[in-house]
Design a protein around this ligand. Structure first.
Ligand SMILES: NC(=O)c1ccc[n+]([C@@H]2O[C@H](COP(=O)([O-])OP(=O)(O)OC[C@H]3O[C@@H](n4cnc5c(N)ncnc54)[C@H](O)[C@@H]3O)[C@@H](O)[C@H]2O)c1
Length: 339
């Protein structure tokens, strides 16, 4: 049995607690939030994706220890796995403290507020002995794991063009309004697509971005073209500047030599494959990416292996690529990346 402690009971903490409450072989023994209403379960954060933060976990259970400060949960000897769902600038200090105590650590994306901080976390993660993974959930998302397999196996030939889109109205709240904390939509939201593009095609040779700031003082809406030697067209749009009512859109269109794959989270069947003159839905695992992500991390702990789907180095690269995108948007020039 793996004993879990969750720090930060907001939208993501609530989502992870839901997952642990259903996953065999784990039990939540401790939770932490600086906000007493959240710690008691009186106030709950809502999710932006259907199925997120449903409140399936009973925070009132007497078997769960409650800490107002996350560092105190990290000191709890009964906790084996520390799950960090804190604001982005807190990922580094809390993950490093937990790793130093020998805990396993699952830490929310982005890995850190800056690539310089992320590098420090890579060093701490590689010292062990605990296992470490950044929760880059798209690498586990049904329909996106399908895409990874199709690209790796060249099932439909090579990729000619890939377009990703993740656009929403602003989630609100002091963290998401504060650019110094959240890094704008570029680092907070769009990183999901940057990360997945890197997972599919590697670190790009360069990025060319255009975008603007509206809410946070950081880039809140951008479009990036990622340059690769062997994939002619890779672009992604990300932003949280739409008017209320727009909702959360998560889409891709990937054009292979012999088929076109279209993913739209809003559809009843999110993934459609156009092949041989027909458009057909693709059957997908009904689980959420968060469930598959946490089940994978727990399995790595049980098997005593380092997670290979999201390595510390690749999570750092995603922060590095986003920083290049922001630089490109601000300077209006392409930015080269060293692989
Ligand atoms: N993977 C995803 O799809 C996804 C989605 C949303 C957010 N996130 C990431 O998750 C992180 C958290 O986002 P959120 O929306 O859940 O934020 P949130 O504001 O809803 O929750 C964060 C919680 O941390 C608590 N907290 C702050 N300092 C603390 C401390 N020292 N000890 C204990 N608790 C403390 C706050 O009181 C708050 O309740 C961010 O880094 C965000 O980028 C990931």
């Amino acid at each position: 049995m793996i004993n879990v402690g969750v720090i930060g009971l907001g939208m993501m903490g609530g989502t992870h607690l839901d997952v642990y409450s259903k996953l065999p072989g784990v039990q939540v023994v401790a939770v932490s939030d600086a906000n007493p209403e959240r710690l008691s379960g009186k106030s709950r954060a809502a999710g932006n994706v259907e199925g997120q933060a449903k409140g399936a976990f009973d925070l009132a259970s007497p078997s769960v220890k409650k800490y107002a400060e996350g560092m105190d949960l990290i000191k709890d000897k009964n906790v084996h796995l520390v799950d960090i769902c804190l604001w982005t600038p807190l990922h580094l200090p809390y993950a490093v403290a937990a790793l130093k105590k020998g805990k396993h650590v699952l830490s929310e994306k982005p890995m850190a507020r800056t690539s310089a901080e992320a590098k420090k976390l890579v060093a701490a993660a590689n010292k062990g002995p605990g296992k470490f993974m950044v929760a880059q959930c798209m690498r586990f998302w049904p329909g996106w794991t399908w895409l990874k397999e199709a690209v790796v196996n060249k099932t439909y030939g090579k990729v000619l063009g890939a377009q990703f889109r993740r656009v929403a109205n602003h989630p609100g709240g002091s963290f998401y309004e504060n650019g110094a904390m959240c890094g704008g939509a570029a680092l907070d939201l769009h990183i999901h697509d940057t990360d997945f593009i890197q997972y599919l095609f590697g670190v790009p040779l360069s990025v060319s971005s255009t975008g603007y700031s509206k809410i946070t003082g950081e880039i809140d809406h951008l479009v990036t073209r990622y340059e690769y030697a062997d994939v002619p067209l890779v672009v992604a749009e990300g932003g949280w500047v739409m008017q209320p009512g727009h909702g959360f859109k998560m889409e891709y269109t990937v054009n292979f030599e012999r088929a076109t794959a279209i993913f739209n989270l809003a559809n009843k069947d999110p993934l459609t494959l156009c092949e041989n003159g027909q458009a057909k839905p693709v059957a997908l695992d009904p689980k959420m990416g968060y469930e598959l992500e946490i089940a994978y991390f727990v399995d790595c702990i049980n098997r005593g292996v380092k997670p290979s789907i999201v390595t510390p180095e690749s999570a750092l690269d995603s922060v590095r690529i986003v920083e290049a995108e922001v630089k490109s948007a601000l300077t209006k020039k392409p930015v080269k990346l060293k692989a």
